[in-house]
Design a protein around this ligand. Structure first.
Ligand code: ZN
Ligand code: ZN
Length: 290
């Protein structure tokens, strides 16, 4: 755990799969005395604006973020991007095509379920998704409501998970593509919770692809993982970030807002890196030798 948590740099809102609206997340942060909060919804930046409005009235500084879903050898790899230029046409365009991919996937899943005798309309699923990032948990909610499964876990096991009859793989970015996208928009690319997927060993490879930071402090990291990751980050001269991965207690128990995070010095470091163009510095791999 960082010495003093002044900034929780990993929070989800209703723009993706969090339970609280962006403004409410910021007000929660203010209430517990945080000075900054990172809004890092899955594959969308739709929560920024409302968060920033709440930031102005509460005095909480907003760190603009996003958590990109990527995949490496069948494993989920989440890439955090901080302070990418929000108006960047490239970012918006790529996010829109990712969203389209998510919607196409839902239609395919619904198709498979109807062949199993479970009639669901894609529109119902989109209706359940409060934010923009529609996914399998929303299908699971409908399956539960209709009595096809007793829990989200059961819905995944019987219908939606890998190997189940309703499973449809999602078209995903590779981690390198995710890092590249963040860097191309001038943002700071950070590997989210490497302890969760056991990804620490891959960090040097992704650094050569442009990765600039590692999320060392996270609600699912053990003390030992935190220690290993801070050593790797120090050795490779990476920015050490941290956050709870707040989704709301009922959605993600134990990930309390402000329970994990960093000092304001790290917030300055991130914003400085994005502002000074370090974010768009050439890496050997992207720009070629010399
Ligand atoms: Zn994640
Ligand atoms: Zn997250």
């Amino acid at each position: 755990m960082a010495a003093e948590v002044q900034a929780d740099l990993h929070c989800h809102t209703t723009a993706s799969d969090g339970l609280f609206a962006p403004g409410d997340v910021v007000r929660l942060a203010a209430r517990i005395g945080l000075r900054a909060v990172g809004i890092t919804d899955h594959d969308t930046i739709a929560g920024w604006e409302e968060a920033e409005t709440a930031g102005e009235t509460t005095g909480v500084e907003i760190v603009r973020g996003i958590e990109l879903s990527t995949e490496w050898r069948g494993r989920d790899v989440h890439i955090l991007g901080y302070e990418p230029a929000g108006g960047s046409a490239l970012l918006r365009e790529r996010l829109a095509s990712l969203r389209l991919g998510r919607e196409e996937r839902i239609k395919k899943i619904v198709d498979r379920l109807s062949r199993l005798g479970i009639p669901i309309e894609p529109e119902e699923v989109f209706g359940v998704a409060t934010g923009e990032s529609v996914g399998r948990p929303h299908v699971a909610q409908i399956l539960m409501a209709r009595g096809y499964a007793g829990s989200i876990g059961e819905a995944f096991e019987r219908y939606l998970g890998r190997g189940a009859p309703g499973y449809v793989p999602r078209p995903k970015l590779t981690p390198e593509e995710g890092i590249d996208l963040i860097r191309a928009t001038g943002g700071v690319a950070v590997l989210a919770h490497p302890g969760v997927g056991g990804l620490a060993g891959r960090i040097p490879f992704w650094v050569s692809a442009g990765l600039q930071g590692v999320e060392v402090y996270h609600s699912e990291h053990t003390a030992a993982e935190e220690k290993t990751l801070s050593k790797i980050a120090r050795d490779l001269n990476l920015i050490m970030t941290g956050g709870s991965d707040f989704h709301g207690e009922e959605r993600k128990p134990g990930a309390k807002i402000g329970g994990w995070g960093v000092s304001m010095a790290v917030v300055r470091q991130i914003k400085e890196t994005a502002r000074t163009g370090e974010g768009s510095r050439c890496t050997a791999k992207r720009c070629g030798p010399g």
